[in-house]
Design a protein around this ligand. Structure first.
Ligand SMILES: Cc1ncc(COP(=O)(O)O)c(C=O)c1O
Ligand SMILES: N[C@@H](CCCC[NH3+])C(=O)O
Length: 460
């Protein structure tokens, strides 16, 4: 069987719907806006984003290249702010953080979550107000805690008993009184990949509601005069599309607020419900409407609190992926096209697991298209792989691409705006690709691509 044919028979029976061959070759050229950036379209056959032709981007900046649709990302920032009006939206910087993203956050009026001293440094470097920053982490270093106190971050979410003691000590030393929240493990089993579910008891994050550890953390913080306990935090996991988990967690957190009032006579004014809102990666993915989630969460918290005579706390949410994920794509050049007789065709591109670890890490699904031209050729079952020395170096596991695909063609992979650049590595000494923002027909580098000099820096 040649690569120009579909492998037939049983193989299709095992496939998920989006892995089955498209009905017509023309479907291969289709840009589904549920997956691709909002401004993407085909002009003269080539994919354009933000009014910029990807062929021009590849020529000017090289490949692999991360491309961010600025209008897409900023419109999602605004949509979250609107859906959660009256609450605080803190973008989770771990999804993708750089100075320009921080500037967009400032312009759109969002807050920011950081998970390390490095992320904090990026935010501060362009003047992001510390009071709108929350510091997270299950093992914050002494230096990170002290820096956060010195610059006056708005909130610190504590994650262990040791940290409560450490923070209390540093706060006393520096004579400050930070606002803290307790990260509560609510016992919710989120329906997502095991590695990105964070509210079941048997994992490293948070203090368990079930075992009483969360209640004990509250007691210990209240006993420390240099810590101001303002609320509770929950984050159930990431890439969650079944909204029931968010609702159960909100209910449990609000119920704990009531218990804290009963036990200590203390009314905590804030609840942070975390992030985790899923996005579409492939045609079949259905994602929840953020307005519906926002209304449901508000309603649950209001109901629990008002029925217990508690004032309704101020809510915070922490979306990461849902803000930057859909607006980002990765552009690659095809290097080799290798048919494995009777199975599939391996399309090797010039990046791989170093610029997108998610497929190797979580078996993530992605959508790809031939981006530099349209093709009427028959669909060919393809696996887009990188150039690393690992057979698990897969970017797109199973996808149809046109059978006339050839070296030099550009492939675009959709929805790579979150957890791709931020999880990038230098495996095999590949430099991390540049990030380019596009808008209104113009492109500009927002993160410079690494060079060989960058790779050698620091070596003795
Ligand atoms: C505490 C916390 N908040 C927010 C997020 C953002 O998650 P997501 O990018 O899935 O919205 C994460 C990551 O899962 C997290 O650990
Ligand atoms: N890195 C994960 C998400 C981690 C969320 C952080 N708590 C992913 O790509 O899906």
């Amino acid at each position: 069987m040649s690569r120009f044919a579909h492998p037939a028979g049983d193989r299709h029976a095992e496939m998920l719907p989006h892995e089955r061959p498209p009905l017509a070759p023309a479907d291969l050229n289709r840009i589904n806006h549920a997956i691709w950036p909002r401004t993407s379209t085909r002009t003269d056959g080539a994919l354009t984003i933000g009014g910029v032709d990807v062929r021009d981007l590849a020529e000017e900046y090289g490949t692999p290249l991360y491309v961010v649709d600025e209008d897409d990302v900023r419109s999602r920032m605004r949509e979250y702010a609107t859906a959660f009006a009256g609450s605080d939206v803190h973008y989770a910087g771990k999804a993708f953080l750089c100075k320009e993203i921080v500037r967009w956050l400032m312009a759109e009026g969002l807050g920011l979550d950081v998970a390390s001293g490095g992320e904090l440094a990026v935010a501060l470097s362009v003047g992001f107000p510390p009071s709108r920053i929350t510091l997270h982490g299950n093992n914050k270093s002494a230096a990170e805690l002290r820096r956060a106190l010195e610059v006056g971050v708005g909130h610190i979410v504590v994650d262990s008993f040791e940290e409560i003691a450490r923070l209390g000590y540093f706060a006393e030393q520096l004579d400050v009184r930070p606002k803290v929240m307790v990260r509560v493990t609510t016992g919710v089993e989120a329906h997502t990949h095991e590695f990105i579910a964070t509210a079941h008891d048997d994992q490293k994050f948070g203090l368990s509601l079930n075992t009483g550890a969360a209640a004990e953390a509250v007691r210990r913080i209240l006993a420390l005069p240099h810590l101001e306990l303002v609320g509770l935090h929950s984050h159930i996991g990431s890439q969650i599309v079944d909204t029931a988990g968010f609702e159960v967690a909100a209910n449990r957190l609000a119920t704990l607020l009531v218990r804290i009032k009963d036990e200590h006579g203390v009314v905590l004014p804030e609840l942070d419900l975390g992030g985790g809102y899923g996005i579409a990666y492939v045609d079949d993915d259905e994602v929840p409407d953020i307005k519906v989630i926002a209304d449901a969460l508000r309603e649950i918290v209001e109901k629990v609190c008002t029925s217990s005579g508690l004032p309704v706390p101020r809510l915070t949410v922490e979306p990461g992926r849902a803000i930057v994920g859909p607006g980002g794509i990765t552009l690659y050049e095809v290097g080799t096209v290798k048919d494995v007789e009777g199975l599939r065709t391996y399309v090797s591109v010039d990046g791989g697991m170093s610029d997108n670890a998610r497929t190797a890490l979580y078996g993530a699904e992605y959508t790809t298209v031939l981006a530099s031209r349209v093709s009427e050729a028959a669909p060919m079952l393809s696996r887009v792989v990188g150039k690393h020395c690992e057979s698990g170096d897969i970017v797109v596991r199973d996808h149809y691409l046109p059978a006339d695909l050839a070296p030099g063609d550009l492939l675009a992979v959709a929805a790579t705006g979150a957890y791709c650049r931020s999880l990038a590595s230098n495996y095999n000494y590949l430099p991390k690709p540049a990030v380019v923002a596009v808008s209104g027909g113009k492109a500009r580098v927002i993160v410079r691509g690494e060079t060989e000099d960058d790779l050698l820096r620091g070596q003795l």
